[in-house]
Structure formats: C-alpha cells, structure tokens
Design a protein around this ligand. Structure first.
Ligand SMILES: [Zn+2]
Length: 467
C-alpha cells in the first residue's frame, strides 16, 4: 500500500544531515520510504494531510528499562543518603526492584512501551532487570515482555541482562559486591538462547542484543565470552559502564587500569558495542581526564555511547561533556534510561547540560542532539535504514502538531523540537509503515486498562519495599 504525506514540513535526511523541507511530501509503500521531495505525481492508496504537522524520523531510544521504572518513580528523587550517584543506584534501586513480581513487570512494560510510543520513540532498546530477582531471573519473563513490545507494534531491541554479581550499600555508605558466578553463567546461557530464538520476530521489528549487566558486576571471563558469542551470532552488545565514580574506582582497584582500558582488554569495544551512560570514564567524569590514547581507542573501535542525561542530572551530575566526546569522533546516541520515557525532554536536557558543562551556547546544538536521538542511535544499532527520512529507509515516522502557541511561528523546526517542543505534541506515530498512534491515541492497546493494571501492581510492589 502506498501512503502519501503531503503539504508538510519534513525533516528529511540529505547529504549526511537532517534538513528541513517546507511544503514537502513523503511517500512510503508498505514498510519503506520511497520518496521524499517537493511533489509526488504517482498514484497512491492513502493520503495524510500534513498541514500543521512537522514530520520527523521516529526517535531511536538506545537505552530503557520498562519493567521497573514506573515503580521506582517517586522513590529515587530527593533521597537523603550518601551523596550523588550512590544511594539511588546502590540502595534505593535494588530495594524497589527486589519488591517487583512477574505480573508487576508485565504491567510496567505495557505502560512503559506506551509512554515511549506517545513520545515519538519508534525504536527502543529494552534492557531488562529481572536477572536481579533471586540473583537469577526467569527468561520466560523476558519472552513475555518481548511479546508485549512486538504486539504493540514497536521496533524493539531486547537485551536481557546477566552478570556475575550484584551490589548493595553497606551501613558505612560503601558499595559492596556479592558474587554468584555460576548462577550468572547459567543466566548468560539462557539469555543467549533467548536472543537466538527471538531475533527477527514480528516481521523483523523484534531484535535482540547481548547485555552483560554492568562493567563492575561481570567477571572478565564473562565479558570475553560475551564478545566471542557476539562475533558468532552477529548480535550487538550493550553494557552499563561509566555510571558512577564508585564504579570507576572499583575497576581501577580490581584490575589496575581505567574503564576504557579494561573494556579494550576484554575485547568488547567495536562498532557493535554500546556503552550505556559512559559518563564516568575518568575519576571525576571529565572527558579531558581521559588520555588521548583512551579516546583514540574508543574512537577507532567505532564504539557508541548511549548518553542518558536526565537520570543522572536529577541526582546532581552531568556528562562533561557530550561535545568533547563528539569532538573526539565518538558516535553519541541518546536514551532515557528511566522516567520519564520522554525523548523530547531528554533531548532538551542533553543540549542544556552540554552548554552548562562547556559554559558556551554553540555546543550541544539542536542538530547534534537531534542526530543523537535519531540517526546516531540507528548507527549504534547498525541500522542506517532507521532514524532518518530518506528513500529506502524504514517507514518509522512521527508527526508533531505544530499549531499550538509554543510552536507558532516556526522559524527553525530542529531548534523547535529540541528547545521548545513537548512529547504531547506527538500526534501520529508510524512504525514499519503501520500507524500505531493516531490523534495521540495508541491503536494497538487498551491504555486505560493497562494503567489500571499498573496502579494495582504499584500497590503490591510498594507494600513490599523496605527502605
Ligand atoms: Zn540503565
């Protein structure tokens, strides 16, 4: 079926950049974009009136956790504990996650995916957490969550996590590690089996990824094995690293090297490898404290960093800086990690924090941040057919309403999206050529019923949290 979006302002991808076209048209046939330009003369089956709409590539959210996030909201903020990046990550998060049961996870996943779709995310990387439950995790939960994403119409990369140990926070405010390598190993085997079984389901929208938990909770052998398995299977890898100064110090103490050197020694770095966070890759998180050699190792390997600014900003820290990594030639993509699952807000946060870190306005530009949320994220997934509106790319398209007061007049659409828009401007979301969201309503689910299930789940979970 051929569909034509006409009379629209379109952010097309031309000559390696996202470029605005006014009074333009876009034609897609089934799941692929066939034409973007000034006019289309051929026959079509269906037309979408693009007047008052801004047409964008769907956002590529490279790092989320849908199953637990709704339950941690309200617990993690303003916590009075042991400083930034410690209490939330090492104490509050494990306590809330430990209270979540399987049915709660599914309720969280449905609503999490809904929130992502409504903010214009067409591709998401979901990194589960149920491996923390009883230090094992049930891969059947992951299957169910993957099925939920698939049935809702999202394009989803599912990375069920595995690791050799977990954290806790001691009474002295120090992070402690508890190791269970054998259970970790069997969980890893389950995850790899799942990845092979599920990769390519739902007409190719469901993809899988290897996801060792965190750089400091996986033994070196587990990381090396991950690289071997990735090479055998063609699956890509995402790992949490550079998440906190505590983590950086623990790698240094344990292995006598920096995090980047450690990842390099484990053989992980590469075009198929994404570092989730990548913020504290030096002791204080300043990229200038990384050696030139470290940055060139990262750059030459083609490794991507999934920048997740808001989750850290609300704990008092920021990447220093997005612009420095970009200047070093590193592919910077964007993700929301936890709540809110709002890529529009995340873009604005990333841009603002970059300017604050660098103390100048020219960096963290709308163009660079928009690319991080779209084409750079797609590149990190090895998918040049995503995150851009161009002939031959997948028909993953977002229409924003630009008739509301904060959008009028419209001088620069990319600057509008990054600095003025809100997720509620997203009106229509098309994934793989299918309209999933229309008039801000998700067509593939009963959202009120799902929200009611989530409310019930939250009552069960919160009654079990002990902090
Ligand atoms: Zn994460």
């Amino acid at each position: 079926m051929k569909t034509l979006i006409e009379d629209a302002t379109i952010v097309a991808f031309k000559d390696g950049r996202h470029t605005t076209m006014n009074n333009a048209v876009l034609m897609f046939e089934d799941d692929a974009i066939r034409y973007v330009g000034d006019a289309y003369a051929g026959d079509v089956d269906h037309k979408i009136d693009g007047r008052g709409k801004l047409v964008l590539p769907g956002f590529v959210n490279t790092h989320v956790h849908v199953t637990d996030t709704a339950f941690t909201r309200g617990w993690m903020e303003d916590w009075t504990g042991h400083g930034t990046n410690v209490t939330g990550l090492y104490q509050v998060l494990p306590a809330v996650r430990g209270a979540i049961g399987a049915q709660d996870e599914f309720a969280g996943a449905e609503c999490g995916f809904a929130e992502l779709l409504l903010s214009g995310c067409t591709t998401v990387v979901e990194l589960g957490f149920d491996f923390e439950m009883l230090e094992g995790g049930d891969i059947a939960h992951t299957r169910k969550i993957a099925d939920i994403a698939g049935a809702m119409g999202l394009r989803c990369y599912v990375g069920p996590r595995y690791r050799s140990g977990r954290w806790s926070l001691g009474n002295n405010g120090k992070v402690q590690y508890h190791w269970y390598p054998d259970r970790g190993r069997s969980r890893m085997d389950d995850c790899i089996k799942f990845c092979r079984e599920y990769d390519g389901r739902f007409n190719g929208r469901l993809k899988t990824m290897l996801a060792p938990g965190q750089v400091d909770t996986c033994e070196p052998d587990m990381l090396r094995e991950t690289r071997t398995r990735a090479n055998e299977s063609g699956l890509s890898i995402q790992l949490h690293a550079g998440q906190s100064p505590t983590e950086y110090r623990s790698i240094k103490e344990r292995h006598g090297c920096t995090t980047i050197e450690y990842l390099n020694d484990a053989g992980l770095l590469g075009r198929d490898f994404i570092i989730g966070h990548g913020m504290f890759l030096s002791d204080d998180g300043d990229v200038d404290r990384c050696s030139a050699k470290e940055l060139s190792i990262l750059q030459e390997s083609g490794t991507s960093i999934a920048h997740l600014p808001w989750v850290k900003a609300r704990q008092g820290s920021f990447m220093n800086s997005f612009a420095k990594y970009r200047a070093a030639g590193i592919n910077m993509c964007l993700g929301t990690d936890t709540y809110p699952f709002d890529m529009v807000a995340e873009m604005r946060c990333a841009a603002t924090l970059c300017k604050i870190a660098e103390k100048r306005t020219a960096v963290g530009s709308a163009e660079d941040i928009f690319a991080a949320a779209t084409s750079a994220g797609a590149l990190a997934l090895g998918r040049p057919d995503l995150g851009r509106l161009a002939e031959g790319c997948k028909a993953d398209i977002v229409l924003m309403d630009i008739t509301r007061p904060h959008a009028v007049p419209m001088r620069d659409p990319l600057k509008f999206v990054v600095f003025s828009a809100s997720a509620s401007d997203v009106d229509t979301v098309i994934v793989d050529g299918q309209t999933i969201v229309e008039n801000r309503t998700i067509k593939t689910m009963d959202l009120p019923a799902a929200l009611s299930r989530l409310n019930e789940a939250s009552r069960r979970v919160w009654a079990r949290v002990h902090l």
